[in-house]
Ligand binder design. Structure first.
Ligand code: GLC
Length: 744
């Protein structure tokens, strides 16, 4: 195989990549910059514009070979065949004038071939190290096949479970989202860039998860303060973690579509954070600015995107078609294009694509589904399972006759969840398979429903089978297609006749253990009375079956915690723990069934709530049961007053007061009682997993720098405001008693 023309001896290349200066957020150094300038200086305007063009494999391109040879394509997405990727690269590197390699991208969202729990499930682990390890596995498998850029992690904070893409993010909380973002960036890219590094793409910048009504692609109305205090911090954390690329979002925020939003892209991302990575649009999000009514035609929106600081156009062909004339007309400066191409070349150089553009096709297959990859996916699925109810039936004792039923008991495709493009259902191990393997001859299976939306009258077959069983394991939830992009729901109850199936099972008098596999928190309040225990597993991926079997039978003590508030009913949306106090906070007032007849207008207590459902959730953020129990005591800060440069040391004793070893997710929340603007009733500022053996107790201390309490106040300057604070150390966002301290 001929070597690429722009060859640098590996030693020099390695020196270049390793000589990282601090000014670059993505780890470039002066040698990389020199190399960028050297290549840029040789490029024609057409070649520069070609680098800014991203095309999806299989798209309507007259002839990829000609376009690649002409240098008209800088990146391709959705090609994962290593042979084809090598051929695309060969044309770029050996037949184009400058031999600039292609950047090959794919949505590797929660695993490549080995599929991990969906990101919402990964967030439920509250375990950044575990999530980083999973992202590393995804990178090993994807880069082995030639994918060097993933459109992940998705950092969209979501507080409305009607939104289907809530599945793809880390839930409702800024702090948790930021920790997960850092972990995935590190996992994808690796601690040292090499041939297994896959450039992360933090998305969707910004505010996409706040679409009105939970409808995908919908408009958002986030103020600058809300952006800076809630939605931007995870992106800033990911940039600091070295994320190499970023994707602009579909939504218009306060009337400005992100792909043309100079404030967020140029002023904040580039100006304030110094991001020198690559900014790509979302799929045709440039072209969609015409639909938004933000641009008149493709030329207009191409100019708006380029001048806002976007480097690469995914599937609008706006840059390719119009940038040359926009330069001639002066609407876009050459310097703008040069900066975009610098950002693209910088990523390609840092990934080592000039030195190693090709992949070893034979070696690619050996990496996929490696045993250690499957083990990592299983561990993630085990730790993401959330125990929501348990009357003591769990952990199940072995040796009992089991009836397995429900539409998700043996659903190898749907168990993988949304955005599992390269997952292969034949590799999925379902709960049914895992239980049959574990208890041969002891497991009966009557599905009752064959898919989650199925409607059916009566379950005589299931009830008859239940009569022979000692315990019923029912697996419910959503087909994968019911969450993810463009899949918002207005009704969050279990689909089809699943609740009827549960009610029928209840009539048998046999214990019922329900496991829900879904892409979002569903409204399951009406189902709880029909279950002795409920495990919640956000689509657990390839190894979900063995993972859930291990939890149900006690090999693993469940430690998942809700990364998102569970609603009592969809009418409560949006409902999240870090809400503002309001002038009339809800304190559990009268609900509709207790309202007396002819009740006086003001007799119910005028507070912010729903007469029929109140304003408390079914399960709060950070919640999850264990087979054991944990107790917190002796919570105290080391001082009563702190300066803005101090560190708050909060100590406490955590005891495992039950009879099982287990992990607790210790959570520390803080409230700023009075600010120059109103502040949330509490905000997560720390979490950590603590393992304690049954009966063990431990004295622990958590350190929180006072500067973590900073926020953008009335003057839009980020700072800690002196005053009174409260702090909770607890096992979820609704528990515990606060301790107080001051900041002077
Ligand atoms: C989609 C998604 C984005 C994804 C991109 C490429 O429309 O919004 O998250 O990365 O297109 O598939």
């Amino acid at each position: 195989m001929k070597l690429p023309r722009l060859l640098f001896p590996a030693a020099i290349a390695c020196a270049i990549i390793c000589s990282c200066a601090s000014h670059s957020t993505i780890g470039a150094g002066k040698d990389v910059e020199q190399r960028v300038e050297s290549i840029l200086s040789k490029m024609t305007l057409a070649e520069k514009i070609g680098q800014m063009n991203q095309v999806s494999a299989g798209a309507d391109v007259s002839n990829y070979a000609d376009a690649l040879r002409a240098g008209s394509i800088g990146s391709i997405l959705n090609e994962v065949d290593p042979v084809k990727i090598n051929e695309f690269q060969r044309i770029c590197v050996e037949e184009s004038r400058l031999g600039i390699p292609l950047l090959v991208a794919r949505d590797v969202i929660h695993g490549f071939h080995t599929v991990f729990p969906i990101p919402l499930g990964l967030a439920a682990t509250f375990d950044p190290a575990l999530v980083e390890a999973g992202a590393r596995v995804a990178a090993l498998e994807a880069t082995a096949q030639g994918v060097r850029w993933t459109f992940s992690p998705m950092l969209d904070i979501a507080r409305d479970p009607r939104w289907g893409r809530i599945a793809e993010g880390s839930g409702e909380d800024t702090y948790l989202d930021a920790r997960m973002a850092e972990a995935m960036v590190r996992g994808y890219q690796g601690t040292q860039l090499d041939s297994t590094s896959m450039a992360a793409c933090i998305k969707h910048f910004v505010g996409y998860g706040a679409g009105e009504g939970g409808r995908d692609y919908n408009s958002t109305y986030l103020t600058e303060r809300q952006l800076r205090n809630v939605y931007l911090p995870p992106f800033e954390a990911a940039v600091k973690a070295g994320a190499m690329t970023l994707m602009t979002s579909f939504n218009d925020n306060d009337g400005v579509p992100s792909t043309g939003n100079t404030f967020v892209v140029k002023d904040v991302l580039r100006g304030e954070w110094g991001f020198d990575g690559l900014v790509v649009t979302d799929w045709n999000s440039m072209g969609e600015m015409i639909n938004h009514g933000f641009g008149t035609d493709r030329k207009d929106v191409a100019a708006k995107a380029a001048n806002a600081g976007v480097d690469m156009d995914m599937m609008t062909y706006g840059f390719l078609s119009h940038l040359e004339e926009l330069v001639k007309s002066g609407d876009v400066k050459v310097s703008t294009i040069d900066n975009a191409v610098r950002n693209i070349l910088r990523v390609k150089i840092l990934l080592g694509l000039f030195e190693n553009p090709y992949i070893d096709v034979e070696a690619a297959a050996a990496v996929q589904y490696a045993p250690e990859h499957l083990a990592a996916a299983q561990k993630s699925a085990e730790q993401s399972a959330i125990l929501l109810k348990n009357d003591g039936i769990l952990p199940l004792a072995p040796g009992r006759r089991i009836l397995v039923t429900g539409p998700m008991a043996d659903a190898p495709h749907d168990q993988l969840g949304t955005w599992a493009f390269d997952g292969e259902k034949q590799h999925t191990v379902t709960p049914l398979q895992a239980l049959r393997d574990r208890f041969p001859g002891k497991v009966d299976y009557v599905p009752g429903l064959s898919f989650s939306r199925e409607k059916r009258q009566g379950f005589a077959d299931v009830i008859a089978a239940a009569r022979k069983a000692d315990v019923i394991l029912v697996f419910l939830g959503e087909e994968a297609i019911l969450s993810g992009e463009a899949h918002s729901l207005a009704d969050l109850n279990l689909q089809g006749s699943q609740s009827d199936l549960l009610a029928a099972l209840k009539t048998t008098g046999k214990p019922v253990v329900a496991t829900v596999m879904a892409g979002r928190p569903l409204t399951i309040e009406r189902d709880l009375p029909n279950c002795n225990a409920v495990l919640y597993s956000f689509h657990p991926g390839t190894m979900g079956g063995p993972a859930l079997a291990n939890v149900i039978f006690g090999d693993v003590n469940p430690s998942g915690r809700t990364p998102i508030t569970f609603l009592r009913t969809v009418g409560q949306a949006p409902l999240y723990y870090s809400h503002n106090m309001t002038g009339r906070p809800y304190t559990g007032q009268t609900l509709i069934d207790d309202i007396p007849l002819e009740a006086g207008q003001t007799s119910l207590g005028n507070t912010s709530y729903y007469l029929d459902y109140g304003a408390y959730p079914l399960f709060p953020f950070g919640y999850g049961l264990s087979y054991t129990s944990f107790e917190y005591s002796g919570i105290a800060t080391d001082r009563a007053e702190y300066g803005v440069d101090d560190t708050i040391e909060v100590s406490f004793t955590l005891a495992n007061t039950g009879k099982y070893d287990g992990e607790e997710v210790v959570q520390v929340y803080v409230r700023d009682l009075v600010g120059s603007v109103t502040r949330p009733v509490k905000e997560l500022k720390h979490f950590e997993r603590v393992f304690l053996k049954a009966g063990e107790s431990r004295q622990l201390t958590v350190s929180i720098p006072t500067e973590e309490l900073a926020f953008y106040g009335l003057d839009m300057v980020k700072k800690v405001e002196p005053g009174d604070f409260q702090l909770w150390v607890a096992g979820d966002s609704a528990s515990g008693k606060p301790v107080s301290f001051k900041v002077k």
